[in-house]
Design a protein around this ligand. Structure first.
Ligand SMILES: C=CC1=C(C)c2cc3[nH]c(cc4nc(cc5[nH]c(cc1n2)c(C)c5CCC(=O)O)C(CCC(=O)O)=C4C)c(C)c3C=C
Ligand SMILES: [Fe+2]
Length: 416
């Protein structure tokens, strides 16, 4: 999905009318206050204010071939949640939960208020909210659905550089929330978490962020907390093999994963105190690209392909043998590719004063054994970046295709 796939809409009347509905449903603004809200609607409608920007009114479709939140342009705020089914909850309870979650996601993404609305998001439009649902390996044994478990959900191998916290890894169910407004994002998070009550318990939560849309003078690839331009060489939707690399084919096995994708989630802490002490040229050598504009060290602009054959006057490779872009390039990995759609995170400072900050790395692919795994194996053996990062949590989730109208996410698995 490109920016053009979004549907900027007029904000005022529909949103305000649904706001009144929300007030009524939650019992917040009935009677005299309800009348005041209705008058405010009428007044605001007459004036037809011009929105400051289309950020609030931009809507991401819930229904479609693929779930939202995969090719949706990255939003400013992200929440990642993993849940485990409580003891006694099985397939039937999971189906009910996915049905509830899907209805809520559809309503909130459309900018409508829900029956359970708390009013947190009252004045804002959907702000490109997307809610994406996935299933972890353990879900299938908990629900007696082992026969439907895709082979692609085989546990990720152990990597020598891993320092994984098991409590912050994996989980039965995974939810990714993305939104360009922090309050709308929290509203969705809160509703999802409340609706799980009695069926699934929160296992872990991670909160991330990136750039606010419109913060730069022109549309640009985002920067991570090391200051690098990050995302340049992602597969592009216009490329002929994009769908084949990122999405499970429509005629796949198991059939319920048709048009779905697999998400590898890694919480990667950046050792920023160490990184920030390196000189600019050392930092650029580590990646193989310029920090200022993301252009490869072999010249050109951000969009120029790195020339991995080029040598400096002294005969050494212009992009170092262990530079991150060389080690990860599809050309050096038998074509292995993934769509990286990460959020940055900052969870305060550690006891030693170092920032507890880094990347919530999320990689999408049709098959993690042909995407993330071979590339991470290679990074584990010799990536200049590994001195500056720690993989602290990991998850792998099967994300089914998008629901059609009247369907809930995962219905083909849970009722198939
Ligand atoms: C296993 C896959 C990858 C992990 C883990 C990973 C971590 C990681 N990467 C950066 C910063 C950058 N990565 C860049 C490129 C890049 N990274 C991967 C894969 C992993 N990165 C790939 C496949 C690529 C593209 C390679 C190519 O085709 O050229 C870049 C360069 C700009 C870009 O193309 O995005 C940066 C910068 C960090 C900070 C990080 C862990 C914290
Ligand atoms: Fe990378």
């Amino acid at each position: 999905m490109t920016q053009h796939d979004h549907e900027p809409q007029g904000v005022s009347r529909r949103r305000l009318v649904s706001t009144v509905g929300a007030a009524g449903a939650t019992g917040m603004a009935v009677g005299a206050t309800g009348g005041a809200v209705a008058q405010a609607v009428a007044r605001t409608d007459r004036k037809a204010p011009t929105p400051l920007s289309s950020v609030g009114s931009t809507r991401v479709p819930f229904h479609g071939k693929h779930q939202a939140g995969i090719t949706t342009p990255l939003q400013a705020f992200g929440h990642l949640l993993a849940f485990d089914l409580v003891s006694g909850a099985g397939r039937k309870q999971a189906a009910k939960l996915l049905k509830r979650w899907s209805r809520t996601a559809r309503e909130l993404m459309a900018g409508e208020s829900t029956a359970d609305s708390t009013g947190i998001a009252l004045d804002a439009g959907p702000s490109s909210l997307s809610v994406t649902f996935g299933f972890g390996r353990s879900f299938f044994s908990r629900t007696g659905l082992e026969k439907e478990r895709p082979r692609e959900l085989a546990p990720l191998p152990d990597f020598s550089g891993d320092a994984l916290d098991k409590d912050l890894s994996n989980g039965d169910l995974w939810v990714q929330i993305g939104c360009n407004d922090g309050l709308v994002a929290f509203d969705a998070l809160r509703e999802i978490q409340r609706q799980a009550d009695g069926t699934a318990r929160l296992r872990w939560q991670m909160n991330g962020f990136t750039r606010t849309p419109g913060a730069t003078k022109r549309p640009m690839t985002m920067r991570n907390l090391m200051g690098q331009v990050d995302g340049t060489n992602n597969p592009k939707r216009s490329e002929e093999d994009f769908d084949r690399r990122i999405f499970v084919p429509s005629s796949s096995s198991p059939a319920w994963m048709a048009d779905g994708s697999y998400a590898v989630v890694r919480r990667i802490r950046m050792l920023l105190d160490t990184w920030d002490k390196e000189s600019l040229s050392e930092q650029e050598k580590v990646i193989g690209r310029r920090k200022s504009d993301g252009a490869p060290l072999t010249g050109g602009t951000e969009d120029t392909d790195p020339d991995l054959e080029k040598r400096d006057a002294d005969g050494s490779p212009a992009i170092a043998a262990d530079a991150h872009v060389r080690v990860t390039a599809p050309a050096t990995n038998g074509g292995a590719a993934m769509l990286r759609r990460p959020f940055s995170y900052h969870d305060g400072f550690r006891d030693d004063g170092a920032p507890d900050a880094g990347l919530l790395f999320i990689a999408w692919q049709a098959d993690p054994q042909r995407g993330f795994v071979p590339v991470q194996r290679k990074l584990d053996r010799g990536d200049a970046l590994s001195r500056f990062i720690r993989h602290e949590a990991s998850g792998l989730f099967a994300v089914p295709g998008g629901p059609s109208k009247g369907e809930y996410v995962g219905q083909r698995l849970l009722e198939g």
